[in-house]
Design a protein around this ligand. Structure first.
Ligand SMILES: Cc1ncc(C[n+]2csc(CCOP(=O)(O)OP(=O)(O)O)c2C)c(N)n1
Ligand code: SF4
Length: 317
């Protein structure tokens, strides 16, 4: 009998933080299992320690919640003992690329027929946000005293080098599966410093509009969420996708026009010449800085010691 995604739910309460991306990965897995046409007894989930590791409790299948970093040896053993099982290892980026990095490489080399899902959030989530191997250089989390001094590891490149056959990062889903009366769509952004500081282009949003429309016709309520940052891109992107769906209220049309005019003016400012600000060309560096930076702020800047500064080469054009 073909099963639905909801047949792969369990009664276990998923205690992730509201809005955590782990919910989306769990639902995507339940959908994928239904699409594969497998039965719960044919599937084994092997999970590591971390927030992500809890997923083995929330997807109906056989499950082993293993030790930190040891998902892949467990998964290997299960697959070798019973090759007919669909074996899926799941864990965090800390679990798989920190403590479990050796297993990540060795398992890739063996190229077994297993699936490995990494919840890559750049931090050790469960233990409150320490830097994981995929945290980008220069990013600061609440659990580290200074911005990250290490280059981030690229899991896709590492997987390709160590012979994983199919390596993929989730993007726009090809199909829409609805499992409840409420739909929650989240556009995470894909910047790098930081990743949520991202302004979606209209061309990137356009393919979403018919999908959101289809969803809206089938559920009672649709919530859309863009990550916001001090640039305020989320507001603009929300209004853009609503406009594409023809659902802007007059006040929202007004707000969108205001944002567009603000953006246009700020782009113009980018192209202003130094002369247009007034100071003569022959000013010394010091007086030029004094011209642009308020005195109080300059005084505070001068108190910063050299060893407290970090220059990121990538940002120097
Ligand atoms: C051998 C061992 N070392 C350290 C820990 C403490 N610990 C628990 S979860 C975790 C990191 C979890 O981070 P990640 O794997 O990225 O998963 P997330 O919580 O972000 O999903 C650590 C270090 C542990 N449980 N076992
Ligand atoms: S700490 Fe982070 S990874 Fe863990 S449940 Fe909360 S949001 Fe998700």
């Amino acid at each position: 009998m073909a099963l639905k995604p909801s047949d792969f739910k369990t009664d276990v309460f998923a205690d992730w933080c509201p809005g955590c991306g782990d919910f989306g990965i769990m639902t995507a897995l339940q959908i994928a299992l239904a699409e594969l046409g497998v039965q719960p007894h044919q599937v084994v989930l092997v999970s590591g320690i971390g927030c992500s590791g809890k997923e083995a409790h929330n997807v109906k299948a056989y499950g082993v919640h293993t030790l930190h970093g040891r998902t892949l040896p467990f998964a290997t053993g299960i697959k070798v003992a019973n090759p007919d099982l669909e074996v899926i290892a799941i864990g965090g980026d800390g679990d798989g690329l920190g403590i479990g990095a050796g297993h990540f490489v060795s398992t890739g080399r063996r190229n077994l027929d297993i699936t490995y899902i990494i919840h890559d959030n750049g931090v050790y989530g469960l233990t409150k946000g320490q830097a994981s191997p995929t945290l980008k250089l220069g990013l600061k989390t609440k659990a580290i005293p200074k911005p990250n001094i290490n280059q981030a590891l690229n899991p896709i490149a590492l997987a390709l080098m160590t012979a994983y056959t199919i390596v993929d990062e989730p993007l726009l889903p090809s199909d829409i599966h609805l499992t409840s009366d409420i739909a929650y769509l989240r556009w995470h952004g894909k910047g790098s410093r930081p990743w949520y500081d991202y302004r979606y282009g209209v061309d990137e949003l356009r393919p979403w509009a018919p999908k959101v429309q289809t969803i809206a016709e089938k559920v009672q309520k649709v919530y859309g969420y863009f990550n916001n940052h001090y640039h305020g891109y989320a507001v603009e992107n929300c209004l853009q996708i609503m406009e594409m769906m023809g659902s802007l209220e007059p006040r929202q049309v007004e707000a969108k026009a205001k944002i567009e005019s603000y953006r246009k003016n700020s782009v113009q400012q980018t192209f202003s010449t130094l002369e247009s600000f007034g100071p003569p060309k022959d000013m010394s560096f010091r007086s030029l800085i004094e011209y642009f930076v308020p005195a109080e702020r300059l005084k505070r800047a001068e108190q910063i010691q050299n060893d407290e500064l970090q220059v990121d080469r990538k940002s120097v054009v």
